[in-house]
Design a protein around this ligand. Structure first.
Ligand SMILES: [Zn+2]
Length: 697
């Protein structure tokens, strides 16, 4: 009898097969004791509303809320062939049990369980739970397989998460689309994330700038800044600034205090995914998705880093004895020169080693797999260097430095200067020696001229410099900022218990990059010069969505309960019941909203729909063709601009992809039809898929 191993994707399946001694059988692998197959991410999903019969096919407010008692799953059509193959292997008579080897996390558990459920498989299950893809980790994992049922609660939490997203997402999106007659999609995580971006835009727009002045005195050996009574260098009053500037030159001052302090900065913690995504965005200019994809290759293909989708920055005690092996894996790389010997590793690792702070996976670390730099792409190498630099930093001693602060009084006015001298570079040396800029190390400005000054010394103002500044509005979010804000969404929440649950923030490390991409695809925000900028559609969406969905609080409250479900402290049922109530509530709130969607604020005002004269949104398809889509949901008109090259002349031709539902163009003042007949969900999906494919006429 054999065990069937179900991996999350082909690349992982092949790795497992190699370690288990299985040979290629065309579409799967097989050996004396194991058969290895794989999913392609999810093969099974929740059925969309229109599969629940005629009732939910029409997009109208009358059909809302949609609250089917039980949500059905269905095979994803695009990958049906793979599902059929997996099912046939599950059904084989010589397969007595299943080893679930999908990603070791909430979503990975769901991938496997839904496949087994859909296939009607009731055979015994075991679970492979590993944090690194090296041969030894895989072997160890198979020697210590867990009982499948140990992970039942994790599955219930995953399933509840997907139910919650179905009830909330479909209901609110449909309600918004029908009520405001525009294609608006809202969701549990994407909407609060979008709100972060639009709130910032509001702040920038309402910002009222002010001027302030700074005054710096040159005392010959050193320079010092003027401090106001409020202990800031910002002088708000222009007259005061001018009078100081014109009266103090040539005056003598007295050193009133010299304070020397020794400070230590402990090394940073190791990377989790989000922190690495932030640094890679800041230092390398990578998008969050690019970092995740690159890291995934370092993990799967090269096997030189541990599990990427981790949300922990700590390691467990049992990792410590493996440091030696991990360091020697670096011996053919430039890092060899700065790698500490095992006996020289920082002794006090109490901050980094914390079993409590590691749930599914520990922080990102190098594996013990020797590194061959020639095999890495440019991107892979750059990202890998960040991970290694950080790893070496965590094993290094503190950065010790002293600051000397000198206060000078000039006719009763306070000037102050500070000098920073490193005593021991410690962990900061790693980034210095490898010539790599490091986001966690900022160089302090040094004022060596302060050396030797004593209390009572007399100094003379030789020169003054007055500068005017304008206060700046907050900056737009970069992708790094947004990831940080999503991760720390809990900070904006009052309730301390919720805050704790939201420590993991909006979304999970594994999904944040996708959420950003989705908001961009839905035309809710766009990338501009390295910043994320909300579109008019995005801003209207946030303005009109029920307030509950705008804040992170609701999502935090649900995350808390999902966590309780995965711990076995709460059951699925009451959670789902509450979610349904919540969905109904949100639909009511949407309908009660008396505001209307302002089409003039969005879309391209130069491109008005020929049928209904609402603005149309410009969308590019996969082949680079420009489409214009009417943003009036009940209209649905869409055209494509085709470029044709005839005898070196580029001709632009319009092709109507979808006719308007209106026969004649109504005047703009006419109220949009509330009971929209904008086609079925299936139509909507088909239209957007066709756009993606760039159907040619
Ligand atoms: Zn139209």
């Amino acid at each position: 009898m054999k065990k069937l191993v179900l991996a999350e994707k082909p690349s992982v399946g092949r790795e497992l097969a190699a370690v288990l001694g299985c040979v290629n059988r065309g579409k799967y692998f097989e050996g004396p004791s194991y058969v290895v197959t794989w999913a392609l991410g999810h093969l099974v999903t929740l059925s969309p509303p229109d599969s629940y019969g005629e009732k939910y096919r029409r997009w109208t407010l009358a059909n809302l809320p949609m609250l089917p008692e039980v949500l059905d799953t269905m095979v994803i059509e695009k990958t049906r062939e793979q599902f059929d193959l997996v099912k046939s292997l599950l059904d084989r008579e010589d397969v007595e049990s299943i080893v679930i080897a999908t990603d070791a996390g909430r979503e990975g558990e769901l991938v496997a369980r839904w496949i087994l459920k859909q296939a009607g498989c009731t055979k015994r299950t075991q679970r492979l739970w590993i944090s690194s893809q090296t041969e030894s980790a895989i072997k160890q994992g198979f020697e210590n397989l867990k009982e499948g049922s140990d992970y039942d609660n994790l599955y219930y939490a995953a399933e509840s998460r997907s139910y919650a997203d179905w009830y909330i997402g479909f209901n609110v999106s449909r309600a918004m689309s029908c009520h405001f007659d525009s294609r608006l999609s809202a969701g549990r995580v994407q909407t609060p994330t979008l709100a972060l971006i639009t709130d910032r835009e509001d702040e920038i727009e309402s910002f009222a700038g002010k001027f302030y002045w700074t005054l710096r005195a040159d005392f010959g050996r050193f320079k010092a800044s003027y401090y106001t009574d409020e202990k800031t260098i910002r002088i708000q009053d222009e007259e005061k600034a001018n009078s100081l500037y014109s009266s103090l030159e040539g005056k003598t001052g007295t050193v009133t205090s010299v304070k020397k302090l020794t400070k230590t900065d402990k090394p940073p913690l190791a990377y989790d995914l989000t922190e690495l995504q932030r640094d890679a965005n800041m230092i390398l200019g990578f998008s969050a998705k690019q970092t995740l994809d690159t890291l995934q290759r370092l993990y799967e293909v090269h096997k030189i880093v541990t599990y990427p989708r981790t949300d922990s920055r700590y390691i467990t005690q049992d990792i410590v004895p493996t440091f030696g092996e991990r360091l020697s894996a670096l011996k053919n790389t430039p890092f060899a020169a700065v790698c500490p010997k095992v006996e020289n590793i920082r002794k006090d690792l109490s901050r980094l080693v914390n079993n409590e702070m590691v749930s599914d996976h520990h922080a990102l670390l190098p594996t013990e797999q020797p590194v061959n730099l020639e095999k890495l792409s440019f991107e892979e190498k750059a990202l890998w260097e960040l991970v290694i630099t950080r790893f070496l930093e965590t094993l290094s001693e503190d950065y010790v430095y002293s600051t000397t602060t000198v206060d000078i009084s000039v006719e009763g006015n306070l000037f102050s200067a500070r000098m920073t001298m490193p005593d021991s570079y410690g962990w900061r040396e790693k980034a210095r020696l490898t010539g790599r800029r490091n986001a966690s190390a900022s160089e302090d400005e040094s004022e060596y001229g302060l050396y030797g000054l004593k209390e009572g010394s007399e100094v003379t103002v030789q020169n003054l410099e007055l500068k005017r500044f304008a206060t700046m509005p907050p900056e737009r979010y970069t992708e790094a900022d947004l990831l940080y804000a999503m991760e720390h969404a809990g900070r904006l929440v009052e309730d301390s218990e919720l805050k704790k649950r939201l420590e993991n923030g909006l979304g999970t490390p594994a999904t944040r990059a996708d959420i950003i991409e989705k908001l961009i695809q839905n035309n809710c925000m766009e990338r501009k010069d390295g910043f994320l900028v909300p579109t008019a559609k995005g801003r209207e969406l946030v303005r009109l969505v029920p307030p509950q969905l705008r804040s992170a609080e609701l999502t935090g409250r649900w995350e808390k309960r999902l966590f309780a479900i995965s711990n076995g402290q709460e059951s699925e049922k009451p959670f789902i019941e509450d979610i349904k109530k919540n969905a109904a509530d949100l639909v009511e709130q949407v309908i009660a909203n008396k505001d209307s969607y302002d089409p003039a604020r969005m879309g391209d005002p130069k491109h008005l729909c020929p049928s209904c004269s609402w603005p149309m949104a410009k969308v590019m398809d996969a082949e680079g063709n420009t489409h214009y889509v009417c943003q009036r949901f009940s209209c649905g008109y869409e055209e494509m601009i085709i470029r044709k090259k005839i005898k070196d002349k580029v001709l632009l031709a319009k092709s109507v992809i979808k006719e308007s539902h209106y026969r004649t163009a109504p005047r703009r003042s006419e109220a949009p039809a509330k009971e929209s007949s904008g086609g079925t969900f299936a139509d909507f999906i088909r239209a957007s898929e066709e756009r993606k494919k760039g159907r040619k006429h």
